[in-house]
Design a protein around this ligand. Sequence first.
Ligand code: COA
Length: 198
Amino acid sequence: MSSPYDQPQPVLGAITDRGEKIMLRAAEMRDVDAILTACTDPESQRWTTLTPGYDRDRAIGFVTGYAPGWWAGAKGAAWVIADADGAYAGQIDLRVLADPQIADVGFLTGPAARGKGYMTAALRTAAAYGLLHLGLERVEWKAHVGNVASRRVAEKAGFTFEGTLRAYGSKDGRRVDEWIASLLPADLADGTTVEVLA
Ligand SMILES: CC(C)(COP(=O)(O)OP(=O)(O)OC[C@H]1O[C@@H](n2cnc3c(N)ncnc32)[C@H](O)[C@@H]1OP(=O)(O)O)[C@@H](O)C(=O)NCCC(=O)NCCS
């Protein structure tokens, strides 16, 4: 039986609430400097599993190994969010969990690109793609308790807040509580489609 993973990872189009066209595409070597900036940013370091030692080699490894690995392993996708000029603005991963009908998301926006609605549009698009094209029945969002910007993005993207998972995450060697929300196929507006550009 044919699988979406038999084809290259798709390039997806999206439009922000302000009407800006963005794209979810594969990571490329030209993104390395911007990935390094985004992943060493203090807010990224504070709210994600990224560690202080993040360096250029890790950014290169993201482009050459980590990002393409999700699609190559039929375990989801990792996209770079590109602005209307095609430049890196952020990144979003859709990661299939042990249950193949459930994936979670991980994302960050580069510091200069925040507050423009990019992640809201990217999350809507990545989640809808997973639900409509990858056979997912549930996409989960989780964040360390207190990450209000991330929670706002999830809510704007239509996710339903489900509560707090006590000591579910870890940060700097400590257990931390996490918020959880989800999006199901029934949550998608009637007629939802995803623009597949390539
Ligand atoms: C969370 C993050 C990805 C949001 O990306 P973004 O592209 O700026 O998201 P959007 O522009 O689509 O939406 C951001 C929303 O959060 C709101 N927001 C931002 N900072 C906020 C804060 N400190 N308190 C409350 N709301 C906040 C914005 O106002 C906006 O909501 P609005 O449209 O209702 O005004 C970005 O801030 C980031 O990369 N943070 C660091 C990494 C991170 O936390 N990743 C997620 C881990 S779960």
